[in-house]
Design a protein around this ligand. Structure first.
Ligand code: AMP
Length: 409
């Protein structure tokens, strides 16, 4: 089933073909016609499902159908939980909108980058704003943004914003949006808090539920290797060398561990780097680009990379340290086997972390065979090591024996 049936603008169809978007994904099948019909949507969709294009394409199509005033007004506001996701959404708009006339102007509003440049983009006039909520509020407080002409309000990966005290921020943003607008909500899960937020934002939303998580995970070979903490690093080197993995994403428990091991791997001659929230925005972008272009082949990262990042062709995800939850596990391993490709996810487990891993398996409803690799077997703590056999008396000549022998000669 191709994209033709949506009757999108020819320029968008051309861009789809150029970018190898041949068939719509299930979420695109479901969501594109609803957005084209101007409905509010509450979609349950995972990252990797193709949800970004499911709203980008119909919104760009609607944009292409209308005469645009000389001075651009903000018609679309997308809010995402992270800077990286914001950039990715903005890039998707740019990718599919680049041949439309006039070309839609897109402003990216994120923390960690010069606010002056972002204000300038808004002042010059833009059609689409993709933002993280903190920086957007800063700009709203400065009264530097006019959202009164807004037509579409989109919350992407909304459940990930819940823990960040997002409800209050959202109230402040909603206050300045026109009441009549279309609302599109995308979330992987709908806990009670999310449902209550959803009811605040959307009106008579059509619910779309795409359970393609298992589909994505199905293309991933999940492995678990028993290995002691100290031997994880040499084992990782062996696995990378032997499997000739191109791009490997390695999840670490914290920033320091990530920096340290990346430095160690560089010393061993690997193209390795570290990615985490302490990096300044330029470094984050630089590192991700380098990983995308294979200038970096092994990226050690904290959970910041587990959500929503689109890096193609990651052959293998390693849980060097186990994730905290089953949810994080799914997000982490979902970085591989994207867009129909296959991939491997390997978790390192030891005696101490095994009960936690079993819990993850249970919650994810999977059973992963536990392996051990020759030369890296987990040292068994129990039973106590047997002492070696006692030396057999007389086998080796004592000094006294030697003396006696020489006297007899
Ligand atoms: P998303 O779920 O929006 O994060 O998209 C996941 C990845 O799939 C992105 O790298 C997209 O470029 C890619 N993608 C989305 N839809 C399609 C499609 N219909 N055909 C091919 N690739 C797609």
């Amino acid at each position: 089933m191709s994209f033709d049936k949506f009757n999108l603008s020819p320029k968008i169809n051309e861009a789809l073909a150029t970018n190898d978007y041949i068939n719509p994904t299930p979420v695109q099948e479901a969501v594109i016609p609803l957005v084209l019909d101007g409905l509010d949507i509450m979609a349950k969709a995972q990252t990797g499902s193709g949800k970004t294009a499911s709203f980008v394409l119909p919104i760009l199509h609607q944009y292409s159908q209308k005469e645009q005033p000389k001075r651009a007004k903000i018609k679309v506001l997308v809010i995402t939980p992270t800077r990286e996701l914001t950039l990715q959404v903005a890039q998707t708009f740019a990718l599919f909108g680049k041949d439309l006339e006039p070309q839609p102007k897109i402003a990216t509003i994120i923390g960690g980058q010069n606010i002056g440049d972002q204000l300038l983009d808004i002042q010059k006039g833009c059609h689409i704003v993709v933002a993280t909520s903190g920086r957007l509020l800063e700009i709203i407080d400065k009264k530097q943004i006019d959202l009164s002409s807004l037509e579409y309000f989109i919350l992407d990966e909304a459940d990930k914003m819940l823990d960040l005290g997002f409800a209050d921020e959202l109230d402040a943003i909603l206050k300045i949006l026109p009441a009549k607008r279309k609302n599109l909500l995308f979330s992987a899960t709908y806990p009670a808090k999310m449902v209550s937020i959803a009811s605040k934002i959307t009106t008579d939303a059509v619910k779309v539920s795409i359970e393609n998580e298992t589909e994505t995970v199905e293309n991933i070979t999940q492995r678990a290797i028993f290995v002691s903490k100290e031997k994880r690093s040499p084992l990782l080197q062996k696995l990378i060398r032997e499997n000739k993995f191109g791009k490997v994403l390695v999840f670490m428990a914290n920033k320091r561990a990530s920096d340290n091991i990346a430095a160690k791997f560089r010393k061993y001659g690997f193209l390795a780097d570290s990615f985490h929230g302490d990096l300044v925005q330029e470094d984050r972008i630089y590192t991700l680009e380098a990983f995308k272009n294979q200038k970096i082949k092994i990226l050690f990262s904290t959970d910041i990379a587990s959500r929503g990042l689109h890096i193609e062709d990651i052959d293998c995800v390693i849980n060097f340290d186990l994730p905290r939850s089953a949810d994080d596990y799914i997000h982490r391993i979902g970085r591989t086997a994207r867009a129909g490709k296959s991939g491997v996810a390997i978790s390192f487990v030891d005696n101490e972390t095994y009960p936690h891993f079993k819990l993850i398996e249970k919650r994810c409803n999977v059973k992963i065979e536990k392996e051990s690799i020759e030369g890296f077997e987990l040292e068994v703590v129990e039973p106590l090591k047997q002492k070696g056999d006692a030396p057999i008396k007389g086998k080796r000549k004592s000094k006294k024996d030697k003396l006696r022998e020489s006297e007899q000669k």
